[in-house]
Design a protein around this ligand. Structure first.
Ligand code: AQP
Length: 314
C-alpha cells in the first residue's frame, strides 16, 4: 500500500512568534496537517546560530510548543519533536556538507541577508541549509509549508538529495515547498518583511497592549487615502470585499482603520491565548518526549540506510 504523503515544517525557538510566522508557515501547516503523515519540529539547533542565552532558549522552547498547540495542532495527530532530541539530524547534515560546495552555500540569500543585518557569520549560520535539508530528508518529506524567504532553502534540500542520490544511489525523495498565495511575505510594521531580527513584528501572542502598540506603529504610506501596509496586514484577517468597504468608508482615517485591525487580530488571537495559557511545562515535556521517540525511531532507520550507502557500516 502506498504511504500517505509526508508534511513537515519547523520553526526556531529564537524569540516570540509573530503573525508573519503564523500566516506564512504555521496556519498553512494547521490547515493541511491532518491530510498527511505530519511532522512538526522545534528547530532548536538552528536557533543556536543566533542565541547565546541558555535560559532564553529553554523558555523559547516551552513557548513554541505552547504556540503550536494554541494555533490548533493536536499533538496526537502529528509527530511534534525537538531537533536536538534526534541526533541523526546533525549527523546527516554533516554528510550533506561533504557533498555540496562552499560557493553553492555562499549563494544563500538568507545567509547573506542575516550577515548584512549584522548577525555573526558563524559556520552554523553558513551551513544552516544543510541542517535544514537533513531535517526534511530524514523523514522522506514530500511537502514543506514555508514562507517565501525559505523557498531557496527547499531548493537546497532538493540539491542535497540529488547530490546524495547521484553519488550513492536513490534513497532521498526531493521535497516540494508549499507557499500559500498572499501570505508568502507578510509585511512588518515598517513595510519590510516581518522578521524577528528587524524588530518590526506584531507578536502573535502579545498582550492586547503589545498588539495595540505594534499596530499603532504601522507606517501609513498610502495610495488614495488607503494605508497600504495596514491594509496588507488586515487582509490576512478579513475577506477582501468587506475590507474594501471598510477602507473606502474610512479614507484617510488611519486611526479608525488601525483600531479595526486591532479588534480583528484580537478576535483571532484571544481564544488561542486561552488555550496557550492552559498548557503546563509538564504537558510540553510529555509532548516532546513522545515526539522524540517516534521521530527518533524513523530517523534511526533512515540513517542506517544512509550509512550503509556511504560505506561506513562494516
Ligand atoms: N514575514 C513573513 N511572512 C511569511 N512567512 C514568514 N516566515 C517568517 N517571516 C515571514 C516564515 O515563518 C517560518 C519561521 O521560520 P524560522 O523560525 O526559521 O524563522 P525565520 O525565518 O528566521 O523568521 P523570522 O521572523 O523572519 O526571523 P529572522 O529575523 O531570523 O529572519 C518560516 O517558514 C518562514 O518562511
Amino acid at each position: 500500500m502506498a504511504h500517505k504523503q509526508r508534511l513537515l515544517t519547523g520553526l526556531q525557538p529564537s524569540g516570540t512568534l509573530h503573525i508573519g510566522n503564523y500566516f506564512g508557515a504555521l496556519k498553512p501547516f494547521v490547515d493541511l496537517y491532518t491530510e498527511y503523515e505530519s511532522y512538526l519540529m522545534v528547530v532548536d539547533y538552528h536557533a543556536l546560530t543566533t542565541m547565546r542565552d541558555p535560559e532564553a532558549l529553554r523558555a523559547a522552547i516551552f513557548n513554541i510548543v505552547r504556540d503550536y498547540i494554541a494555533v490548533g495542532v493536536d499533538p496526537s495527530r502529528v509527530v511534534l519533536f525537538k531537533q536536538s532530541d534526534v541526533p541523526q539530524h546533525t549527523e546527516l547534515a554533516w554528510i550533506f556538507e561533504c557533498l555540496v560546495t562552499v560557493p553553492f552555500l555562499m549563494q544563500a540569500h538568507a545567509y547573506k541577508d542575516k550577515v548584512a543585518k549584522g548577525l555573526e557569520a558563524n559556520a552554523g549560520l553558513f551551513n544552516y541549509p544543510m541542517l535544514m535539508a537533513a531535517d526534511i530528508l530524514l523523514y522522506d518529506t514530500d511537502i514543506v509549508p514555508v514562507g517565501e524567504d525559505q523557498r531557496q532553502h527547499i531548493e537546497y534540500a532538493r540539491e542535497a538529495a540529488s547530490k546524495f542520490n547521484n553519488a550513492f544511489g536513490e534513497i532521498f525523495t526531493p521535497p516540494t515547498e508549499k507557499i500559500f498565495e498572499g501570505v508568502g511575505v507578510v509585511p512588518g510594521i515598517d513595510g519590510k518583511k516581518m522578521s524577528k531580527s528587524y524588530g518590526n513584528t506584531i507578536p502573535l501572542f502579545g498582550t492586547r497592549e503589545e498588539i495595540t502598540k505594534a499596530v499603532m506603529g504601522i507606517v501609513t504610506d498610502s495610495t488614495g487615502g488607503r494605508p497600504e501596509t495596514v491594509y496588507a496586514i488586515h487582509a490576512l484577517f478579513r475577506d477582501a470585499q468587506e475590507l474594501d468597504v471598510l477602507y473606502e468608508n474610512n479614507t484617510n482615517n488611519y486611526k479608525a482603520l488601525k483600531e479595526a485591525l486591532i479588534e480583528d487580530i484580537e478576535a483571532v488571537v484571544a481564544p488561542m491565548r486561552e488555550v496557550r495559557n492552559s498548557i503546563s511545562d509538564d504537558d510540553v515535556r510529555t509532548i516532546l518526549a513522545n515526539g522524540a521517540a517516534t521521530a527518533g525511531e524513523r530517523a534511526a532507520e533512515k540513517m542506517q540506510e544512509v550509512k550503509a550507502r556511504i560505506g561506513v557500516t562494516v
